[in-house]
Write a protein that binds this ligand. Structure first.
Ligand code: HEC
Ligand code: HEC
Length: 321
């Protein structure tokens, strides 16, 4: 199909959607896709769609958003459901970001999913990415995730769709409806769970100006793991995020420093004077190794946030302009 034909088709689609708004369809509303049944439940902060119109797909034409016309023009479809995308983001950060990057645009060994054809064709349903996620691609570095449910995969699909739309149409989707939380509640959560390490007037002052894309800001506080690998260009990891280690030997000598490497067999560190030390664990009986990960608190919080917490924290951080 050539580009012109595609545009005409898209325009026709946009038109029929607009007509639907004026004359409510007499046919039953479309069913949510498989797996969505216990999936997206719009929270109170989101305008409640009509019955049977739960998914981002089905909302099309019903609630023309300012982005709608542009979205139709670009043929990137109706906006992702922000609630589902937020849940999906959390799952993605915990399970997939290690390889695909926290923004899904590629990372340590996993391809860019924002520009993936599989994801493009999936359109936020989970139907295309589901089999890849459940079965993996054995032999190609993509592990299977058999225990993720269809509803969870649908949420991840909505998150990927959101990333795709943000990349396709930066202006219209920038602010999306992801900033739906209550900043006061977010501030209370911040004071209870974050203020031991951060300050709104200190290290996080102007954080929403520094990271102006709310989706990225959300990513950053969910799990601010630096995507920096040896040899990669770009700034070195923030020293505050660096893992350190203490090693105590049976003879009482001890060493502390930056953790260079640890696995089941060995541990290596660089001490304050820049000197490297390493030990083979099975050849050093009685060795005590203690790793300190400054981001452990973030990893733990990741399992504790409710959807509401995530929205409220983001809404609060967005006030730190
Ligand atoms: C250990 C690294 C790793 C993890 C973790 C991982 N992936 Fe992948 N993924 C890969 C690699 C490598 C490929 C490319 C495989 C190939 O070449 O066919 C891939 C491919 C994919 C593809 C197909 C992309 C395309 O265009 O063909 C999708 C979709 C995908 N991954 C989604 C996910 C999701 C969702 C998760 C988390 C639930 C995840 N992956 C976790 C490494 C990973
Ligand atoms: C135990 C300490 C600790 C706690 C608790 C903690 N963080 Fe962090 N946080 C860190 C460290 C360490 C970093 C990485 C260094 C950095 O980027 O400032 C970080 C990074 C961040 C960043 C990225 C900052 C930047 O400049 O890119 C944000 C945003 C953030 N945390 C928000 C939060 C929020 C919100 C909470 C509570 C829900 C929280 N943190 C709880 C230690 C903590």
């Amino acid at each position: 199909m050539n580009f012109r034909a595609l545009l005409v088709l898209t325009a026709a689609f946009a038109l029929s959607a607009a007509q639907q708004t004026q004359n409510p369809p007499t046919t039953p509303p479309p069913q949510p896709p498989a797996g969505a049944a216990n999936g997206p439940q719009p929270g109170p902060a989101v305008k409640a769609p009509g019955p049977g119109q739960r998914t981002g797909e089905a909302v099309h034409g019903q609630q023309p958003s300012p982005a709608g016309g542009m979205a139709d023009f670009l043929a990137i479809g109706p906006p992702a459901d922000p609630e589902a995308a937020a849940r999906g983001q959390k799952l993605f950060v915990a399970n997939c970001a290690f390889c695909h990057g926290t923004n899904a645009n590629g990372g340590n060994g996993g391809p860019d999913l924002v520009r993936s054809l599989v994801v493009l064709h999936d359109k936020g349903t989970g139907a295309e990415i589901g089999p890849v996620v459940h079965n993996g691609r054995p032999g190609k570095g993509m592990p299977p995730f058999p225990s993720l449910t269809d509803a969870q995969i649908h949420d991840i699909a909505q998150f990927l769709k959101q990333r795709h739309q943000a990349a396709s149409n930066r202006m219209a989707y920038q602010i999306q409806n992801i900033v739906t939380g209550d900043p006061k509640a977010g501030e209370a959560y911040f004071n209870a769970h974050c203020a031991s390490c951060h300050s709104a007037t200190g290290d996080l002052a102007h954080i929403a100006t520094k990271i102006s894309d709310p989706v990225q800001l959300q990513q950053r506080f969910l799990y601010p793991k630096e995507e920096h690998y040896p040899g990669m260009p770009g700034p070195p990891p923030d020293p505050r995020a660096e893992r350190t280690v203490s090693v105590k030997l049976p003879d009482g000598q001890s060493y502390t420093g930056k953790l260079d490497h640890i696995d089941d067999f060995s541990v290596a560190l660089t001490d304050a004077s820049g000197q490297h030390h390493s030990w083979l664990l099975d050849q050093t009986p009685g060795i005590q190794v203690e790793v300190h990960d400054p981001l452990a608190a973030h990893a733990k919080l990741l399992t504790e946030y409710t959807n509401a917490d995530m929205h409220n924290i983001l809404a609060y951080l967005e006030t730190l302009k």
